[in-house]
Write a protein that binds this ligand. Sequence first.
Ligand code: GDP
Length: 312
Amino acid sequence: MQLREDIRNIAIIAHVDHGKTTLVDQLLKYSGTFRENEQVDERAMDNNDIERERGITILAKNTAIKYNDIAINILDTPGHADFGGEVERIMKMVDGVLLVVDAYEGCMPQTRFVLKKALEQRLTPVVVLNKIDRPGARPNEVIDEVLDLFIELGADDEQLEFPVVYASALNGTSGDEPEEQKETMDPVFKTILENIPAPVDTSDDPLQFQVAMLDYNDYVGRIGVGRVFRGKIKAGQQVVLMREDGTQKVSRISKLFGFIGLKRIEIEEAKAGDIVAVAGLEDINVGETICPQDHPEALPFLRIDEPTLQMT
Ligand code: GDP
């Protein structure tokens, strides 16, 4: 089995305010994915208002970070139970999760909610115990709480072996032990790369790309964001869109986008394991699969249970 060792796909999950955004910003900065003069946009991750007004929900953002020539896609995941369907769709695109827990506050309701979803999807977890700088931080106790929560939520034996990194996203420090904080994010990256499985390389099989989220932009219209599960996808390619009702629609991919940092960049081709955005399929919807015309084989449809995503 060939693996794509040049890529990792993970979802970042946490209770609100435990430091997801700060941690992702810090990883971006440390990796040098950002140029010096480029501001970390305040904050693309939270910037859904315009799309909401249009009736199209993004709700999720991919941050692509290059570290030692490995592309790490970090998908922001809402913590709130109202977005249950969305959380599941994001988790279908990744091979692992980065669970961020405040070392002072410990496990909170949204920690439990998102962790439960991740364990159900059998994803590989990495725990980041954040805010280790807080006066009164109680890392050892909180790790015990996290372990209890894993057990209570039915984690399997492998998931129970979760690795832990201790960090202060605010100060840009991390380490393998609470008291070993250094001004580096290397321990976080190392733990991700050593533990989160690389995608299986099925680039030579027929294309399957599934739309997990929608986006919109004035120039190209509706955009479908998702993972290439099999094969290769190309800009300009003629494809079929496999609908929930079993119908097929022949369409052409006008543009294909990859991600660098928080930006979307135009690319020519992507392959199994990549998370990309496709434009040109006007009435594309969440859950649908894109296939080659001579191999119309849909992935199981992804249910949409949020009313916000029902588009007419
Ligand atoms: P999110 O809701 O999970 O994205 O959380 P944010 O990244 O927005 O952080 C919430 C608050 O916690 C902000 O005020 C951050 O400055 C603060 N914060 C984040 N990381 C740390 C940390 O490592 N230490 C401390 N003391 N505060 C932090």
